[in-house]
Design a protein around this ligand. Sequence first.
Ligand code: HSE
Length: 301
Amino acid sequence: MTDLRVRAPATSANLGPGFDAFAIALPLLAEFELRPARAWTVMVEGDGEGIPTGDENLFVVGARAVARAARAHLAPQHVVQRSAIPGGRGLGSSAAAIAAGVAAANALLGEPLDRRTLLRIAAEVEGHADNVAAALYGGLTIAIPTADGPIATRFTFPRAWRVCIFVPHRKLATKDARAALPAQVSRADAIFNLAHASALLGAILRADGALVSLAMADRLHEPARAKLVPGLGDVIAAARSAGAFGAALSGAGPAIVAFAPARLASRVVATMEEAADAAGTTGRARVLRVRAAGVQVRPAP
Ligand code: HSE
């Protein structure tokens, strides 16, 4: 059997009003090299803090879930995992591992499952569909819940725009950030998000920065999470004042994402770092583009 190399991108979910639905893929990659082995083993290269190497490893969990769904025997693999995605920051490190695991298993088994089924399996493992949709498909995705599981639709992000990401040094567990959310929302807040999310997608599709400024606002998750992310409001305001169209918590946080025109992106990241520092949060900001490609499975070189 051929040795495989699988790459899956980081993702930033929600983008403000698109809670649990919108996400973009980013060019920070998790990479997994596979070769057949007697039993499943995982070796993590680089910063492996908190990444399980046994059966709970998310790549392995995703891969085995695909084998179960396909009712097929998946030969055990030795997996070497390395990742440029900072963990516990709201940048989809778990989703990348799951997307890579489901895609790898499907390739090893001769592609028995279609993309939609892979998305459903990945979303079941992850608990929500937004990050795994962008990790599987690339670009900008919207995960649409249906009675038969999520379906994702993919859009292109404006080429002239940049994604400015501030990544704090401190981690925040997604389960803690989800535990902070209210169980119910008011009708007024639901309407607020419906209008803003719709406008945000329209703004991105027609590359309308002024409309992003209006649309990138949320009432479903950011207000409840602000207490877990010191400086959130300051960093968002700073990004906007430096020329970003809009900014928001990245996924469950604590990273913060901003959209900016390319010519202002370096100023935006510098200003985000300064504002975070002034609020007592150290971290590093960087300029990225949206990555068009999702997970890729290739023969190992
Ligand atoms: N939509 C999810 C959340 C993303 O905000 O909890 C988790 O990264």
